[in-house]
Ligand binder design. Structure first.
Ligand code: GLY
Ligand code: MN
Ligand code: MN
Length: 494
């Protein structure tokens, strides 16, 4: 029994300790099916990704943990979600595999052999089977054996108990890099091996950071499997947005209408995917001006705009990230339409620059210029347009304080550890996927704008794939213009 099980059972329940009980619980279970699972669809892609990592770190041992189960409170855990670098390099998604560690062991020829260390299914005759609420199949359902995992991934699988020795072997001679802070236990194993062999800790950490950065940069250009998973996330998200439009009349009746919307979208995320890619922002009325409004405790009142920013994470853990701003009663007011159209023209301007060879930061520059032009035309800028757009000005950021684009993939803000030259300053390449998401947000208490602007928050966010000669708007199935949004509401609500 491990410590977790002691914590879980110590004072609120008793497990019989008699040999008779143990013998009975460990017997008369049908044997496991023994059926070998098929190779995962992602396995070949993951092997190719590992090959690219390998080429950067010849002769070094690379350690990529999945991360542990995380405690939500007392003895309950969050659902498990592996670290994105681990998911990328194994192809494993939903549920797989708490505490697991991928090790790329260097070979003499400069390549690496991959091994997955994890806690395999315990036999049905073991105490763990019925006694471990965290790991036992009796409690949590089917778990893979080492053979299952080898069949699925095409890499060798080993018991997690063997990891510390494998991680520390020849630590003074073989360089080791670990994806830090994914799993404190894996970090501790590596630290112990390093200190035992007198490895310079500070230098080693720099090497670890370089591994984390490279793994993030490796995801900047998506392979065909990733693009198809992103398409699936977007399709499920589009369905979730339609569910929300269908639920708007009920939301208008409920005293926590925003929660009703959040729950409606979440149902779609669980039906078609693994989870949400991030907490849904279901912000009605002036809550839409609060950028990270995830409390979603508000009412949805007639005539308001609902800013819905939501994404389904599919089982492979790729997520969409889409925002639409929707008139809850079916039609935009003239003032809402005026602000919406400004945001839409900023988005269109951003789309217009997307093609291979253009720098990522040009997308933001294009969107922000259009927003600033509108703010200027409306008389809201306290300085000239050019002064606002200069580095010393930036007055428009009062109403559009976030970036226009971020990479999207396994993480909603994907590739965040990539260096600036490969992110903001990089040239776009086919296969990159990112958002375009300009917005304007006028808070209720903003005395710098006339009253008719206050309480309006609008964002339009699409997910974009760079192609050989331009782009594809992956989320084009959702309407973007005010007329199309209104027609969509009428159609969906029947
Ligand atoms: N939903 C988070 C974002 O749009 O970046
Ligand atoms: Mn986004
Ligand atoms: Mn978003």
């Amino acid at each position: 029994m491990n410590d977790d099980d002691v914590k879980q059972t110590s004072s609120r329940s008793q497990r019989p300790a008699s040999q008779a009980f143990k013998d009975f619980m460990g017997s008369r279970w049908a044997p496991a099916s023994g059926e070998v699972p098929a190779r995962d669809e992602a396995a070949g892609f993951a092997a190719e990704r590992r090959g690219r990592v390998s080429a950067h770190f010849a002769g070094e041992r690379l350690i990529i943990p999945a991360g542990p189960l995380k405690t939500r409170s007392n003895d309950t855990d969050y659902r498990f979600r592996p670290h994105s670098a681990f998911a990328h390099l194994t192809g494993l998604g939903t549920d797989h595999e708490p505490g697991a560690v991928l090790v790329l062991e260097p070979r003499e020829d400069g390549g690496h052999d991959a091994a997955l260390y994890f806690k395999p299914m315990a036999g049905r005759d073991s105490e763990e089977f019925y006694a471990s609420a965290r790991h036992g199949e009796f409690w949590i359902g089917p778990r893979p054996t080492l053979e299952d995992m080898e069949a699925r991934l095409g890499i060798s699988a080993r018991d997690l108990d063997e990891f510390p020795a494998a991680a520390g072997k020849d630590a003074g001679v073989t360089g080791i890099r670990v994806v830090r802070e994914a799993d404190p236990q894996a970090d501790a194993v590596v630290e112990a091996a390093r200190s035992e062999h007198g490895v310079d800790a500070e230098q080693a950490r720099t090497h670890d950071a370089a591994l984390g950065q490279l793994l993030s940069e490796l995801r900047l250009v998506k392979d065909s499997h990733e693009v198809s998973e992103l398409r699936r996330s977007v399709a499920a998200t589009v369905s979730g947005f339609e569910d929300v439009v269908r639920a708007l009349p009920a939301a208008l009746e409920h005293d926590r209408g925003e929660r009703l919307i959040e729950g409606t979208f979440f149902a779609r995320a669980r039906l078609e995917g693994n989870d949400l890619g991030y907490d849904t922002i279901a912000a009605s009325g002036s809550n839409a001006t609060i950028l990270h409004w995830i409390r979603n405790t508000g009412r949805v009142s007639p005539g308001e705009l609902l800013l819905l920013d939501a994404g389904v994470e599919v089982d492979s853990l790729y997520t969409a990230d889409i925002t639409r701003t929707i008139p809850v009663s079916g039609t935009f007011s003239a003032q809402q339409r005026k602000v919406y159209d400004a945001v839409l023209s900023a988005a269109d301007a951003a789309f217009a620059v997307v093609r291979p060879g253009v720098r990522f930061r040009e997308i933001h520059a294009a969107a922000v210029r259009v927003l600033a032009e509108h703010l200027d035309a409306w008389g809201l800028l306290p300085v000239s347009l050019e002064e606002a757009l200069s580095a010393e000005g930036q007055h428009h950021r009062r109403w559009m304080p976030h970036g226009t684009s971020h990479h999207l993939g396994l993480d909603v803000h994907d590739c965040a550890a990539a260096k600036r030259e490969l992110y903001l300053d990089a040239e776009l390449e086919p296969g990159m996927v990112f958002t375009i998401e300009p917005g304007l947000y006028f808070k209720d208490e903003d005395l710098a704008v006339p009253e008719e602007y206050r309480g309006i928050g609008i964002r339009i966010e699409d997910d974009v794939l760079v192609t050989e000669d331009g782009y594809e708007n992956l989320s084009a199935a959702l309407p973007r213009t005010t007329d199309d949004v209104e027609a969509w509401i009428r159609r969906v609500q029947g």
